[in-house]
Design a protein around this ligand. Sequence first.
Ligand code: NAD
Length: 494
Amino acid sequence: MDQGKIDALRGRPVNAFSHLIDGKSVPASDGGTMDVLSPIDGQVLTQIARGTAIDMETAIATARTAFEDRRWAGQPPAARKAVLLKWADLIEANALELAVLGVRDNGTEIGMALKAEPGSAVGTIRFYAEAIDKVYGEIAPTSDDVLGLIHKEPVGVVGAIVPWNFPMMIGAWKLAPALASGNSVVLKPAETASLTLLRMAELALDAGLPPGVLNVVTGEGAVVGEALGLSMNVDVLVFTGSGATGRRLMEYSARSNMKRVYLELGGKSPNIVFADAPDLAEAAKVAASGMFRNAGQVCVAASRLLVEASIHDDFVAEVVKAAEAMRVGDPLRLDTQIGAVNSGAQLEQNLRFVEIAAQEGGQIVTGGARILQETGGYFMAPTVVTGVTPEAKLAQQEVFGPVLGVTPFRTEDEAVRIANSTAYGLAGAAWTANLGRAHRMVRAVRTGVMHINTYGGPDVTVPIGGVGQSGNGADKSLHALDKYVNLKTAWIKL
Ligand code: NAD
């Protein structure tokens, strides 16, 4: 990728977007719009529709009609596969344009955005497209006089609500298995990262997805998200975002039609470094990159660094060196390693966490402040806080920003105890050359994914999902298909 191509796209005017309902661009029922601010310079980038509950009801009714008339669900899996593969090709062909648009919208550094946004979405869509004509039903092991068949049927209308940190990647984790299984979908993107998902949905139409099968409604979570959650006409709700919103969605379900709710929530992931790690220099570099890429706005960010006491000071010095060497700034430069914080509100929240960490006895050994203020953008220096006790707020609550807390430990048991001392259980890592210890850590640390001697990078072949208050029901892998189907038994007397 060359910088010139990115620079050619960076200043391009962005037309205002409306909802996408029944294959058409539709404004809000009351004409409302909302400004989209770019976190790169704090300026207005474009407008999106500020959806109303009526807009959401229209989109859901459209999706329901599309499902009931079987314009998509009734197509053979091989035909759905062909459309999805074409969709992936179109996203790939427009990858740079999509990545730059996304970076201008949400601030992720372009190097990461290219891989994690269109790159990952393409891979995910291809994976489920290729899978769907190879998934079989089952024949039950019955007695000779009956035949028990287990069919997998699409659930109907899927409501998907996604966050702003990786909209295309996380969006594709929901859309690809939902659509491959034959469902219709209503997607509600985050207020501060709707643009690429709207473009992606337009490309799905170009690929041959029938109108009405994938609908996108933008606007405030408390308005359109709530209307989606409370709908009597939505069968499954899939969500990635904060625990507070996840809780609401469960309430909405209970107050409406008891739709199934699958939640991918936050984390406070422990990165555990033992003195016997095979390569401590590599571990220190990855401790920094595993925390600070995308300005720490990564659900699986390695936000708690647990270091064996015997190597603590030297190791922390290496992590600080690595953090200070990371280039923060213009996310549209290929050599930037840490882009913008998504919004002014998020930046303030990050700084507040630093303040509290200091009040609770933590030492800010690097960072801790807003930087590059003259750009108008929301940038923060990568921040390392040592002396964080397992009970401290920084150890217990997700920041979702570039703030790393460091806690020493003395024994393997103590490391496990600290690792498991939060309400979360999304991801973690252990660095050790001891094979037995590595496997013990995989078993003992309560998370959805445990890395050994690395951090990040699990691809679409393996699930991502949390335990505890990190959520339920994983995205990715063939297991994710289960969320989008009902099992139906046929019991046939022979
Ligand atoms: P958020 O919960 O504020 O928003 C997520 C989505 O929910 C947005 O689209 C928002 O508009 C919508 N929403 C907000 N209020 C709503 C309501 N009352 N009803 C319905 N929908 C509503 O979260 P966020 O700040 O956008 O994202 C950050 C969070 O997401 C972090 O906690 C992060 O850890 C988590 N996350 C988790 C994963 C994962 O895979 N587990 C991945 C990325 C992000």
